[in-house]
Ligand binder design. Structure first.
Ligand code: AGP
Length: 604
């Protein structure tokens, strides 16, 4: 989604902004731009190409100590230079970068047009600098406050005034914005990564608050423009975590970090046979839970489906998994004894956050499984369990998904222990066996060549199937999404037994199909299903942990190390991540920044 960086300070703003934009690149964008002020002259540069293409132009500009920059992920109006940010008002004085959506922009545009304002882009954002110009009465902060009074929707805004080139003003509502506090320099940004090179001291702006930054000073204001104190946090994220560290792509680096991710999760929460979660929910309340709602989007939602299976198996508590964009508008049936679970890597996904707000309003117990500490979800949730994946930069989520599965498995066991709903000895055996998972993942990673060869073989295809039963079906869903989002190959994931109810019609000679088969109890059914698609020409690769799998029914077979059944997705997902990665490399596509996608979807 869009990324914002703003700077005022001792260094050249042009290079700080470019540097910051590069760090925000991972969020996904289709145009970008910066605005700086040099000798009271506004300099605006925009491009629909990559950030690096701005560099030669910045070198021709005069040095500047203030500026704002933006990566745009098109919503209102296509990807073009005129729609790219920063946007200026009609007098070229006030300059704005915006993340979010102004829902009433058409109405505001009409009102401004009646007063003679002209619009040069199709964006919702362009009303904002013009409203600021209209509201300006000698004080930029007050003009911004008056402007936000009429804005409906979500926004993070950075504003500069060409006639006051030492002040940067910002505000936010339901869209992330942080303030970086340096020495003789201060920053605003959509996330920490953009400022970490310069400072580790950051403050998170609250909804409807304002901040005024100069080179030496940062002042925070509440919604009524009363001065307020804002806590400063020191981020310990190692800058190395947001570099490729020798890997060709972030995605490959992150897939290879699956091993350490699982290890960190186990080390953080498991002490022998005891799972240590710091939650404000009493054992008695856990015992009373009648229903669990899991709400998330995309890959995080797939982790939720996996968790449904495991929680229901171990606790017999019914779980429903909902896509956040549906849950928020369906008037969900919620009861005071229910538990809601939110899952999010970024902690900034707009739909999931809206569901969290809804559940909070209803007074329902909830736990958020979040990867990014200090994200909006982290700050809004009454109970948070952190996934231990570390920064995930590639748009396609890999290690964060594995961390979600691991942590949700531990949560299911934790709940089963409290509720005494499953044989204690078996639960302890599961926990003991969990320490084998990192080695099993590592073994898969070391066999990467197999997946690379397979990827080369099938990269020509335009259609593909991922099939499985039970937990293997959820693995199939995630494998299919991974392939679609980065290689642009259409694929379909199906419960194996469901295929013959329609979609089998799509199987023809040579259609690649991956059959995930880790459930011994279902092996006969799975083999029959494989025969059905083989008979129709499918090219089938089986990924299995079952030693005596009948090899002759498939075209290719890959044996994975065996782990406890509930942990099998932690291992069987890795080949699918590697296959998606290698197919994409084979096709020469941009692995880390796929078209049309954003890392965190901060708008509806
Ligand atoms: C992951 O590969 C996807 N790009 C996407 O589905 C993602 O999982 C989804 O947008 C949810 O994001 P979140 O975990 O940050 O909430």
């Amino acid at each position: 989604m869009c990324g914002i960086i703003g700077y005022v300070g001792k260094n050249d703003a042009n290079s700080v902004l470019i540097d910051g934009l590069r760090k925000l690149e991972y969020r996904g964008y289709d145009s970008c731009g910066i605005a700086t002020i040099s000798n009271n002259q506004l300099q605006v540069m925009k491009t629909v190409n990559r950030i690096d293409s701005l560099v030669p132009c910045t070198q021709k500009l005069g040095t500047s100590n203030i500026g704002i920059g933006h990566t745009r992920w098109a919503t209102h109006g296509g990807a073009s230079e005129k729609n790219a940010h920063p946007h200026v008002d009609n007098s070229d004085r006030f300059v704005v970068v915006h993340n979010g959506i102004i829902e009433n922009y058409l109405e505001l545009r009409k009102e401004l047009a009646l007063q003679g304002y002209k619009f040069y882009s199709e964006t919702d954002t362009e009303v904002i600098p013009n409203l600021i110009a209209m509201n300006y009465d000698g004080n930029l902060l007050e003009a911004l406050k008056k402007t936000t009074n009429v804005l409906e929707g979500s926004y993070a805004l950075g504003v500069i005034d060409t006639k006051e080139p030492e002040v940067l003003v910002a505000t936010k509502k339901n869209s992330p914005l942080i303030v970086g506090l340096g020495e003789n320099e201060n920053f605003i940004a959509s996330d920490f990564s953009a400022v970490l090179k310069y400072t580790d001291a950051v403050s998170i702006l609250d909804n409807n608050d304002f901040v005024v930054l100069t080179k030496e000073d940062v002042k925070f204001y509440d919604r009524n423009l009363n001065l307020k104190q804002n806590a400063v946090k020191y981020i310990d994220t190692n800058d190395g975590d947001i570099e490729k560290n020798g890997y060709e792509h972030f995605m490959l680096k992150e897939i290879n970090e699956n091993t350490i991710t699982v290890k960190k999760t186990l080390d953080s929460y498991l002490d022998g046979e005891e799972i240590k979660f710091n939650l404000n929910i009493k054992p008695k309340e856990f015992k009373n839970i009648k229903h669990i709602h899991i709400v998330a989007c995309g890959t995080a939602m797939h982790a939720g489906l996996n968790a449904k299976y495991v929680i229901e198996k171990l606790t017999r508590i019914p779980v429903n998994v909902e896509v956040a964009s549906e849950f928020r508008y369906k008037n969900p049936i919620l009861d005071k004894d229910d538990l809601a679970i939110f899952i999010s890597q970024s902690g900034e996904t707009a739909d999931t956050l809206a569901c969290l707000e809804l559940v909070k309003q209803e007074g329902i117990k909830h736990i958020s499984f979040v990867n990014v500490k200090d994200s909006t979800m982290d700050n809004l949730s009454e109970n948070v369990l952190y996934t231990k994946a570390g920064p995930e930069i590639a748009v396609a989520s890999t290690k964060a998904y594995i961390a979600q599965i691991m942590l949700l498995d531990l949560f299911a066991i934790y709940l089963a222990k409290i509720n005494k709903s499953y044989d204690e000895e078996k639960l302890n055996d599961m926990l003991k066996s969990a320490i084998e998972i990192p080695n099993a993942i590592q073994e898969v990673l070391e066999n990467d060549e197999i997946y690379q060869n397979y990827a080369e073989r099938i990269s020509y295809t335009s259609d593909m199937f991922y099939l499985g039963r039970g937990l293997d079906y959820y693995v199939a869903l995630e494998g299919s999404l991974k392939l679609k989002e980065i290689s642009y190959i259409h694929s379909e994931a199906m419960p194996f037994g469901e295929l013959k109810h329609g979609s089998i019609a799509l199987i023809e000679e040579g259609t690649p199909a991956i059959a995930i088969a880790t459930d011994k109890k279902m092996i006969d059914k799975t083999v029959s299903n494989i025969k059905e698609i083989k008979a129709r020409g499918a090219d089938v690769m089986a990924i299995t942990t079952i030693k005596d799998f009948p090899e002759d029914v498939v075209d290719e077979i890959i044996y994975l190390p065996e782990v406890n059944e509930i942990f099998s997705p932690l291992v069987s997902t890795i080949p699918l991540q590697l296959i998606a990665y290698h197919v994409t490399v084979e096709k020469g596509l941009d692995v880390d920044k796929p078209r049309n996608l954003a890392k965190s979807v901060t708008v509806e």
